[in-house]
Write a protein that binds this ligand. Structure first.
Ligand code: CS2
Length: 488
């Protein structure tokens, strides 16, 4: 079977048929999400309105996708899966791929090039080197400190700051930096972290960069949404079946995709409004709705499901006690902390979420959503929990979510699916568990150093509630814990 390449791509597949324009976008984080979201929206926009917006995709350290994309003339299939049908599209939008760990200079050159007018990011929550405690640049992080000291940067914030420094010192052309990660105020936060990096540089290096940041760099906020599981052989076969071609790195995705952005681009942008994106002056309601109702509830479904022996999110959502807990989390703990964006009704949105989570053909696994909980929950739990606690109400299902996460982390052998979760804070949490004198003491120790921010680190009552749920999960299982949360 032939390999998928530019010349073998069937004309029926999603692609724009004109020559790809000059690279105007450098994207950091060549994972599945980028390739099924921003890349697809950009390919669609370019089909409608041409422009110099080809993407140079940069993988952090893994060579797998980059090498395969090179062999496939920068093409890959996006396998759209719904229970009814599977369709494959081939977005033609990447002009080059690089691997930062192997070619750090080439990446800096690309970021600093005058033609680069937008830098986009999907580096996941943990890629921002942001301290959950201070919500600022983690100056205790070894890699951040090494980047500040000079040499080839290895963190994304360091890389951006060094590239911006070079831009400021050479052509000084404006540029936009667009985060496409699930963070509250993702653009504002990225800008703040880059500024904090600049401020930590020696005085001689600092001023020009800070001035350039003020005058020529924008950090628009944006909300991104598409459920994108990890690739497996089943998806390689789906491409082979549908296109008759071999693709080593297809991306599975649900049919749904949403992108809501602020229109604050310092040096132009693709006509993304023709590629399915929405522009608004007020992204925050969209962002909070999505981060809380979708991502926060996703975490609860993943942890309860993994503890209950579920491999798939769809399997977990199909269990009435887990679906009930998810519904209550949304309705009782998240909804009161939100202003729904105009035109979107909560009942419709939550019904649509249940339909999306129930897409069993998609094969989205509890381990994928549950991994890296320490960095994900920091975005999904502390703020809404604090809003309830300040008002004197216990957010039962947020406490249950934290408890389920802690239980998965400290009792990994509960099921094969809890064993498969990975988390940068797992060793620290297990250490706290091993040396604690009881569950209450353990929860306090786990939260004490800012795992979920300062408010929850100091909130005795919340910690006591989490500890009770941890005990019920351990002694009686998931159904009993969800029952208890309903009664409380
Ligand atoms: C998920 C997200 O893994 C996770 O934490 O909640 O990746 C989710 O699938 C996407 O944000 C959907 O847009």
């Amino acid at each position: 079977m032939h390999r998928l390449t530019a010349s073998t791509t069937p004309v029926s597949a999603l692609q724009h048929h004109r020559a790809l324009g000059a690279p105007g976008i450098v994207h950091l984080g060549l994972g599945n999400f980028h390739r099924a979201h921003q890349a697809v929206h950009t390919a669609r926009a370019l089909e409608h309105t041409e422009g110099p917006w080809a993407i140079v995709g940069v993988a952090n350290s893994s060579v797998t996708v980059a090498e395969a994309m090179r062999e496939q003339d920068m093409r890959y299939g996006v396998v759209e899966i719904s229970p009814e049908r599977t369709e494959v599209g081939v977005p033609a939008v990447h002009s080059d791929v690089l691997v930062a760990a192997h070619h750090p200079d080439a990446v800096l050159d690309a970021l600093a090039a005058r033609e680069t007018r937008i830098v986009t990011l999907t580096i996941t929550e943990k890629g921002y080197t942001c301290s959950p405690r201070t919500q600022g640049l983690d100056l205790d992080d070894r890699d951040v400190r090494a980047d500040l000291a000079g040499g080839a940067p290895s963190t994304t914030i360091g890389r951006l700051a060094r590239a911006l420094q070079r831009r400021a010192a050479t052509h000084a052309a404006p540029v936009s930096i667009l985060s496409c990660d699930n963070l509250t105020g993702n653009g504002d936060l990225t800008g703040k972290l880059v500024r904090e990096f600049a401020e930590a540089l020696p005085a001689a290096e600092r001023e020009d960069l800070l001035a350039y940041l003020r005058t020529s760099v924008s950090f628009p906020n944006g909300m991104v949404d598409r459920i994108v599981p990890a690739t497996t052989d089943a998806y390689r076969e789906a491409v082979a079946d549908r296109l008759g071609l071999r693709d080593e790195v297809p991306v599975p995705a649900e049919p749904f995709s949403m992108w809501v952005l602020e229109d604050r681009f310092a040096a132009g942008r693709p006509a993304w409004e023709h590629g399915g994106a929405t522009f608004t002056d007020d992204v925050e309601p969209f962002e909070l709705m999505k981060l809380r109702l979708l991502n926060g509830t996703h975490s609860l479904i993943a942890y309860l499901g993994a503890l209950d022996g579920c491999d798939l999110i769809a399997e977990s959502t199909a269990r009435p006690h887990i679906a009930g807990a998810a519904d209550r989390l949304m309705r009782e703990d998240y909804l009161p902390t939100l202003t729904m964006p105009s035109g979107i009704e909560f009942e419709d949105y939550s019904a649509q979420l249940f339909t999306r989570w129930s897409n069993s053909a998609l094969g989205h696994r509890t381990r994928q959503v549950g991994s890296d909980g320490s960095t994900k929950l920091a975005q999904r739990v502390p703020e809404p929990a604090a809003l309830h606690l300040d008002a004197g109400r216990m957010p039962q299902h947020l406490a249950l979510c934290v408890a389920a996460y802690l239980r998965c982390t400290t009792a990994p052998k509960t099921t094969e699916h809890t064993a498969a979760l990975v988390d940068p804070a797992a060793d620290r949490i297990r250490g706290a568990h091993a040396s604690a004198s009881g569950t209450r003491d353990f929860v306090a120790a786990a939260l004490r150093d800012g795992l979920l921010g300062d408010v929850l680190a100091a909130h005795q009552e919340f910690q006591a509630r989490v500890a009770e749920y941890v005990d019920v999960l351990a002694a009686h299982g998931v159904a009993a814990a969800t029952e208890e949360a309903v009664q409380s």
